[in-house]
Design a protein around this ligand. Structure first.
Ligand code: HPA
Length: 267
């Protein structure tokens, strides 16, 4: 895997020598944020041999390199999900790649279902911790010693200093910021009401199909992690209505501006 990662880095380096400081992963419906970037270079996932390419409509697949104000960033427009059939080690390959390209901080965003009944669709939730126990660890298998240690600490995955910056900025922008624990489910099916009751009992506030595995891979290599969920719907069984992917995208669309302004200032 380390060899594969180095090959991917070499392919990207043939196209651009841009050195990002911050990595950003844009979740479902949030891909529009790319227009905020002063783009210096683009590399489509398809151009990178061995790179997992997303199959979900609305997840355009490319790395964008450029500036948010004067901050050099790399942005993943579209991510791959475990439910697409990739092994976890491939799902987190792009995260590791962005770290190897120079990013020491990563912002992970996603669409998530609200389990906490205080939440309302359209809310933004700062991720303070996560439950990744329902998907395999991306670190399973031989450890990549070049990236990090065999048994990395996970007692503070989401960087406290970055969390505080998000809180301060949200307040400044008059954004009601929720906080909570994100649980990663396998998908692609949405959860059953019984599963959501279980997740709630276990201490989860929001559920999604990404992010926790990415945060683990990023922490393994020592990156500082920050995560924000867009609560696009109440999780299964909380309201008396079925869940619908179109609705998830529609709600993500309505909070776009609020979300984009927050992310820009935090970066
Ligand atoms: N469950 C899982 N993933 C999601 C949801 C949900 O309710 N909403 C958006 N992504």
């Amino acid at each position: 895997m380390y060899q594969k990662l180095k090959n991917c880095v070499n392919i990207i380096r043939k196209k651009t020598d841009f050195k990002p400081k911050t990595a950003i992963v844009l979740g479902s419906g949030l891909g529009g944020y790319a227009h905020k970037l002063r783009v210096e270079a683009e590399v489509s996932y398809r151009e990178i041999e061995g790179f997992p390419v997303s199959t979900v409509a609305g997840h355009e697949g490319k790395f964008l390199f450029g500036y948010i104000k004067d901050r050099p960033v790399v942005m993943m427009q579209g991510r791959v999900h475990y439910y697409e059939g990739y092994d976890m080690i491939d799902v987190v390959l792009p995260i590791r790649l962005m770290g190897m390209l120079g990013a020491d901080t990563i912002f992970l965003t996603n669409a998530a279902g609200g389990i906490n009944r205080d939440f309302t669709p359209g809310d933004l939730m700062l991720i303070t911790d996560h439950i990744p126990s329902f998907v395999p660890s991306p670190l399973r298998g031989a450890n990549i010693d070049e990236l990090g240690t065999r048994f990395p600490d996970m007692s503070r995955v989401y960087d406290e200093e970055l969390c505080e910056k998000v809180r301060v900025e949200a307040k400044k922008q008059d954004i009601l910021l929720r906080e909570g624990v994100y649980v990663q489910a396998q998908g692609p099916n949405y959860e059953t009401p019984a599963e959501i009751r279980m997740f709630g009992t276990l201490g989860a506030d929001a559920v999604g199909m990404s992010t926790a595995c990415e945060a683990i891979a990023a922490r393994h290599m020592g990156m500082r992690v920050c995560g924000i969920s867009c609560i696009t719907n109440m999780a299964s069984g909380i309201l008396d209505q079925p869940l619908d992917h179109q609705e998830v995208q529609r709600v993500a669309d309505t909070v776009k501006e609020k979300f984009e302004n927050l992310v820009t200032e935090i970066i």
